[in-house]
Structures are given as structure tokens and as C-alpha cells.
Design a protein around this ligand. Sequence first.
Ligand SMILES: [Fe+2]
Ligand SMILES: [Fe+2]
Length: 198
Amino acid sequence: MTFTELCKRVRKHIGQDYRYAHCVRVARMAENLARIHGADPGKARKAGMLHDLARLYSGERLLAECEGRGVPISDFERAHPIVLHAPLSAELARAEFGVDDADIRSAIAKHTLAAGEMSVLDCVLYLADGLEPGRDYPERAALAEMAGRDLPGAMRATIESSLRYLSSKHLPLAPQTADAMQRFGAQPMTEATTGGHS
Ligand SMILES: [Fe+2]
Ligand SMILES: [Fe+2]
């Protein structure tokens, strides 16, 4: 399947222009970052295009499809099924789009929560997903610029940014993200950085 054919199939599978446009931007940014940081640009582009195949599924559908397709579900994921769209999209990439490549599937599976062990390709997709130009938050441009020259630094800063977001929304920290914090030296939120709300 050519990349153009893959894009057409992804567009149809996702069925929503807004989400598909995000995938196009993520694919483009991941490809660029891979070129800079020495990952495979073709794999990065494919991972970007396929990373959100299950993003619009309901919580019930995510749980049911993960169960049906043998994708393991942790306690955290059962309590917050939305995050299952990452491992389920990796499985859909394999089962429905013929992607056997373990590197691509790993990057897709880790794109939302990150992980304690991440390859350059994993990092590239995680950063492209969080920092693509369609995302709208104050630190985005500075983080995207950092991603182009300092991959571990951008991982640390982007994880810290997502910790601030979780904290502001009173959302819990996933075990995988806690592992990624350790791995990249991201600092946990303090009273001062969260604005001290209780
Ligand atoms: Fe996603
Ligand atoms: Fe995404």
C-alpha cells in the first residue's frame, strides 16, 4: 500500500476531518523530527498517520475492542478508558492496516502516556502528537522549537507541561507517565507551579 492509499484509508476509518487533519500534521512533524534525530522518517510518518485510529471511539467501545482483540487493560486504563486509544490504535494498525513493524506499533502505543523506556521513534511521535502546530496552548511553540534541537530536553519539558495540565484539571497521573518522568528527569508539580490549589 502506498502512503497516499494509507492516508485515504485512515481518513475513511477516522471519519472526521478535524481528527484526520491532526493526523496529517502529526505525520509531517514526526517525519521532520525523525530526520533531525536519526530515526526512520518513513516509519515516523506512518506512525503519525496511524496513531489516532481509535481516538474517537467511546469508552465502552475502547474497552470492548481491547478485550476482543487481546489488548491488555491495566487498572488505570479501566478507570480512564480514553487512554486505551493508543494501544488499541497500535493493534488496529497491525490487524486492519497490515503494519507488522514493532517500532511503529510501539510508538503508537506510547503516544499518549509515554513510558519508562522510549526509543527515538517513540519520543518523536510523542512530541509530534503534543506539539503539532494545530495544538493551541501557550508553551507549544517554544516546546516545538526545542523538539527540533534537543530531544530529551523536549521530552522532559513536554512531560512537565502535561503534568501541569493534569494537575490543573485534577486528573490522575498514569503509572507509565510516572515512569517517563523518572526516565527524562521531569520534575513533579509543586504548590508553586500548580498555583497552590488544593
Ligand atoms: Fe492520541
Ligand atoms: Fe493525536
